[in-house]
Design a protein around this ligand. Structure first.
Ligand SMILES: Nc1ncnc2c1ncn2[C@@H]1O[C@H](COP(=O)(O)OP(=O)(O)OP(=O)(O)O)[C@@H](O)[C@H]1O
Length: 305
């Protein structure tokens, strides 16, 4: 079975609200692909459409060339963590997983195996209602892994995990991808994906913004700037502006774009201006993400309404 996820001109409207619009992208096996977008961008909607939990208004989604809902015994094909809170609190973790194993013809022994894999072996007989958010996430991940599926979808899996849990999940995702599986992970935080994913699909207001490698995405947003610390900021600022640079002053530090550091040093020397610091900075992935999604944030902070 092919493990490729194809999203093709996908549109989903809820009444007058368009949650996803003409969205097309491909997710390939062997990588951890991050699915990024600000709150309300349409990530959960897309994942629900992928799993056939909702019907698209237009377009299609296929996994291995077929709509997921056409597949019998789904958990063996696609494992998913959508909403970690969506489990019966009165049940014990093992009972929850045994039920799913039975319905998907998965051997019972696999339940103990995945509980061990996610670090919940000791909590197996406890009621899920008493689980912390992090434990629920681990149980959700155990559920996704239960059928040993070639394709895995995770909606905000790092939510509620402590730093040790985050490291563990990252390692797990990388292992799953290295085994040749397709791993598709949503998040609204670039900082979470930066060390987790190697490919990115970025959306805003339901539309595609980017689908590329993490390094290509970073390069798009990378504008070099140079930080210059000098006691003579006003004069240097004038000199650099006259040379065509854009200069922002903050105390004794100027942030300069449009001129490389060696040229700034040369101009400072020529005008006998002392420099205390000259540092080239690249914008971070986080900045690239903010910049590219700025127009698609639904409720920007500080907006008066
Ligand atoms: N069942 C629904 N009925 C009406 N509107 C919906 C429904 N589901 C989602 N929406 C709307 O569609 C848009 C996309 O929502 P979605 O939950 O897919 O975004 P998201 O990227 O997962 O966001 P978040 O990071 O906040 O979970 C939002 O504006 C949301 O209010």
């Amino acid at each position: 079975m092919s493990r490729v996820i194809e999203v093709n001109e996908l549109t989903k409207r809820y009444g007058g609200k368009t949650a996803v619009k003409d969205l097309s992208f491909t997710v390939r096996p062997g990588h951890v692909t991050g699915f990024l977008g600000p709150n309300g961008a349409g990530k959960s909607t897309t994942l629900r459409l992928l799993l056939g939990l909702d019907a698209p208004t237009g377009g299609s989604v296929t996994i291995g060339g077929r709509p997921f809902r056409d597949r019998p015994r789904g958990l063996r094909h696609v494992g998913a963590l959508l909403d970690a809170g969506d489990v019966h609190g009165g049940r014990r973790a093992v009972a929850h997983l045994y039920g799913l194993a039975r319905g998907n013809r998965i051997p019972r022994a696999r339940v103990d195996e995945v509980l061990r894999d996610v670090g919940l072996a000791d909590a197996a007989r406890r009621r899920i209602g008493g689980f912390s958010l992090g434990m629920r996430q681990r149980l959700g991940i155990a559920t996704a892994l239960l059928g040993d599926p070639p394709v895995l979808l995770f909606d905000e899996p790092l939510n509620g995990l402590d730093p040790e849990g985050v490291l563990w999940v990252r390692g797990l995702f990388r292992r799953l991808a290295a085994e040749g599986r397709t791993v598709f992970v949503s998040s609204h935080l670039m900082s979470e994906m930066e060390n987790t994913a190697d490919q990115l699909v970025v959306i805003g207001r339901g539309e595609l913004i980017a689908a590329e490698s993490l390094s290509d995405f970073a390069a798009r947003g990378a504008r070099l700037s140079v930080a210059v610390r000098t006691p003579d900021g006003v004069r240097l600022g004038d000199v650099l502006t006259a040379e065509g640079a854009a200069v922002e002053a903050d105390g004794d530090t100027l942030t300069v774009t449009g001129l490389p550091a060696p040229r700034i040093a040369e101009l400072a020397l020529r005008h006998r201006i002392l420099l205390n610091e000259l540092t080239t900075r690249t914008s971070s992935l986080e900045e690239a993400f903010m910049e590219l999604t700025a127009d698609s944030v639904e409720y920007p902070a500080g907006e008066s309404r």
